[in-house]
Write a protein that binds this ligand. Structure first.
Ligand SMILES: *Cc1c(COP(=O)(O)O)cnc(C)c1O
Length: 375
């Protein structure tokens, strides 16, 4: 099966996705947790493509997938007919029938959702078990901890009627080991999990796998780290890179000191510089916030292995880079430059655009040539 985009010369930039690295990241996280790892594949598998990601992970033995939207769940279901597919955003009113049709599992995050699901089940509908989300810090989705504990006590009530197969909660700051919220959440969830004896539980996202004194329970929910993001920011990245991005140089020119460059002349050459224009811009999901102006630093690219800064505004379809320091012969028409890869990892690219690696990944454009390797 091939997920590749055909006809390479028709594209200005190539996104290479290493599915073998994805699978080995998933295995590493499972080993580290000492329990079963699921896979969070919401947002088109963080930009790399739901179908190839789910296909590769299901083949490797992953049995539990998490997406945000029901429509994403339908896509995951098509390539993983046996897996349990949870919809993290919960039950939208009137959607129970679609859950039944596609054998999807809602993550129930409020009493109303629980009751709607329970009464749907009582009509005799054939559905998979649902998950119950208890909020231990985010104040976003999920039952209050007290509500969760009350439900656990009333054994004959809504919980039994809803057929819950997993109880879960989500970390607010697990990438920051020093944040005292982690210990509070770990303790709050321990009480919840204990109130539902015999029910599988799930707490860890990517960074959760690297927190000390955090039980793994029966299932973990890594996302970002599967795709090569660093779950331990500021420390060496234990994950393998999954995503590489290269764009082609269209033309080069030499400008004199004082020349203004790009829309609104927001960058001025301080000396004689060699510039190159590449085939990629904000319409490809590279943030315009990575523009490098006279007053703010921005993103960069690797040309012949040397880091070359962007200059001026990131345009819709083009970025200008300063290739003065690039090795002889490397910055020429048709040559590739690296936007994501090597030292330009997801964290570095995110920092250059004043955002986080997660947003870089999930914004990856749809108009790149996509090359999937390692399946
Ligand atoms: C997105 C998400 C995850 C995955 O988080 P990462 O930090 O990407 O590992 C896990 N659980 C829930 C509820 C989420 O929304």
């Amino acid at each position: 099966m091939s997920f590749d985009t055909p006809d390479p010369p028709a594209y200005g930039a190539t996104l290479t996705i290493d599915l073998a690295a994805l699978v080995s990241n998933w295995r590493l996280l499972g080993r580290r947790a000492g329990t079963e790892a699921g896979a969070v594949v919401k947002a088109d598998a963080y930009g790399i493509g739901i179908e190839p990601a789910v296909t590769a992970l299901a083949r490797a033995g992953c049995r539990n997938f998490f997406v945000a939207h029901l429509s994403e769940g339908v896509r995951a279901r098509k390539v993983a007919p046996e897996a349990t597919v949870y919809i993290l955003n919960g039950l939208l009113p009137g959607s129970c029938g679609l859950y039944a049709e596609h054998a999807l599992s809602p993550v129930l995050g409020s009493h109303e959702e629980l009751l709607e699901w329970a009464s749907f089940r009582q009509t005799g509908a054939k559905v998979r078990p649902a998950a119950l989300h208890v909020d231990t810090a985010m104040n976003r989705l999920g039952l209050w901890p007290g509500e969760g504990l009350n439900l656990a006590r009333e054994k004959s009530g809504a919980i039994a009627a809803a057929d819950i197969g997993l109880v879960m909660s989500h970390f607010a700051s697990s990438e920051d080991e020093a944040d005292p919220a982690n210990a509070r959440q770990i303790a709050a969830f321990a009480e919840i999990a204990a109130a539902f004896p015999g029910l599988p539980a799930s707490l860890k996202n990517s960074s959760g796998h690297f927190l000390k004194d955090c039980p793994s329970y029966q299932l973990t929910r890594p996302g970002y780290a599967l795709y090569g993001g660093n779950p331990t920011p500021g420390k060496p990245n234990p994950m393998q890179p999954v995503v590489g991005l290269e764009a082609t140089i269209i033309q080069t020119r030499v400008v004199e000191a004082g020349t203004q460059v790009g829309y609104n002349g927001r960058w001025t050459a301080g000396s004689r510089r060699k510039l190159a224009t590449i085939c990629l811009g904000y319409a490809d999901g590279y943030p315009r916030n990575a523009s490098w102006t006279d007053t703010a630093t921005g993103g960069s690219a690797l040309v012949g292995g040397v880091t070359c800064p962007f200059v001026g505004s990131v345009s819709m379809d083009l970025i200008i880079i300063d290739v003065t320091e690039a090795p002889e012969g490397s910055a020429v028409r048709g040559a590739p430059v690296t936007l994501i890869g090597g030292p330009l990892d997801l964290e570095a690219v995110g920092a250059g655009a004043r955002t986080i690696g997660y947003e870089i990944l999930t914004s990856l454009g749809r108009r790149y040539r996509r090359r999937y390797v390692g399946l």
